[in-house]
Write a protein that binds this ligand. Structure first.
Ligand SMILES: [Zn+2]
Length: 248
C-alpha cells in the first residue's frame, strides 16, 4: 500500500485525482500552490476542466477526502457544460456566424475552401489525408481570422489616424482582445467563428485603446463614434461568447 506523507514535498503530488459518483469517474487536476490558504475546487465553464488547488501543508489523502464529497456537485456542473466539437469530418462548426459542415472533398492535397452544397447547405471542404483535417481546418480559420482582423484594424486605425504595432492571434480564454501600451493588439482566433460584426467590433474596441488606454466615458464615446454595432456585438458576446470555446 502506498502511504501519503504529510510533508509538503510537491514531487510526490499526483497530476490529478479521480472522484467517483454514481458510476461515473471525474478527473480533477491537482495543483499545489504555495500561496493557497485553503483547498479550492473549481470547474472552468469554458473548458469543463475541474481543478483542485491545494495549500502546501495539506497532504494528498486529505485532498482526496475533500473532493469525495463533491462527486454530485461535479456531475451537476459538468452536465451544464456543452460538449466539445472537434474539427472532424461531419462536424458542424460556425464560420462567420453561419453553421458549416466539415467535408472531405479529396484525399489528394488541395485547398481548404467554403462552398455551397447542392441543397444549399454551407460546407467547409477540406482536402488531403484524413488525419490532417483538424489541423487544416484550424489553419484555415486562423488565416481568415488574421486577414479579417488586419483589414478591420487597418480600417479603424485610418479613421483615428494612429497605427497598431503588431496584430497577434491567440487562443485566450478570458478575453477576446487586448491592446498593450506599445500598441500591440492581440485577438482570439475564435472571433472568426462569430458573426462578422463581432470581429469588426473587437478590432474597433482595441484600436480605440490606442488612443484611450482605459474604459472611461471618453473611451466609449470614441468607440461608439467609430463603430456602429458596439451594443449588438457586446450583446452577442455576452450571450454566445462562451460557446465559441467548444470548437476544435
Ligand atoms: Zn477594452
Amino acid at each position: 500500500m502506498f502511504r501519503f506523507s504529510f510533508s509538503s514535498k510537491s514531487n510526490a503530488d499526483p497530476s490529478h485525482l479521480d472522484v467517483q459518483h454514481q458510476g461515473q469517474i471525474f478527473r480533477v487536476a491537482f495543483r499545489r500552490r504555495s500561496t493557497a490558504r485553503k483547498i479550492i475546487l473549481r470547474v472552468s465553464s469554458v473548458t469543463g476542466e475541474a481543478a483542485l488547488t491545494v495549500p502546501p501543508r495539506v497532504d494528498v489523502a486529505t485532498a482526496q477526502l475533500f473532493i469525495e464529497d463533491y462527486g454530485g456537485w461535479l456531475a451537476t456542473r459538468l452536465a451544464r457544460i456543452p460538449e466539445r466539437i472537434p474539427f472532424l469530418k461531419g462536424a458542424v462548426i460556425p464560420y462567420q456566424g453561419v453553421p458549416h459542415l466539415i467535408t472531405h472533398w479529396s484525399s489528394s492535397p488541395g485547398l481548404t475552401q467554403i462552398a455551397d452544397r447542392s441543397d444549399g447547405a454551407k460546407i467547409l471542404a477540406v482536402a488531403g489525408n484524413e488525419a490532417g483535417i483538424a489541423r487544416r481546418v484550424r489553419l484555415f480559420l486562423h488565416k481568415n481570422a488574421q486577414k479579417n482582423l488586419e483589414e478591420a484594424v487597418q480600417y479603424y486605425c485610418a479613421k483615428i489616424g494612429l497605427q497598431a504595432h503588431t496584430i497577434t492571434l491567440r487562443d485566450t480564454k478570458s478575453r477576446w482582445g487586448s491592446c498593450s501600451s506599445k500598441g500591440n493588439l492581440n485577438f482570439s482566433w475564435r472571433l472568426i467563428l462569430a458573426p462578422p460584426v463581432v470581429l469588426d467590433y473587437l478590432a474597433a474596441h482595441e484600436v480605440a485603446h490606442l488612443r484611450e488606454m482605459n474604459h472611461s466615458p471618453r473611451y466609449w464615446r470614441l468607440l461608439n463614434s467609430l463603430c456602429p454595432h458596439v451594443e449588438e456585438a457586446e450583446r452577442w458576446l455576452k450571450k454566445n461568447g462562451t460557446s465559441l470555446h467548444r470548437y476544435g
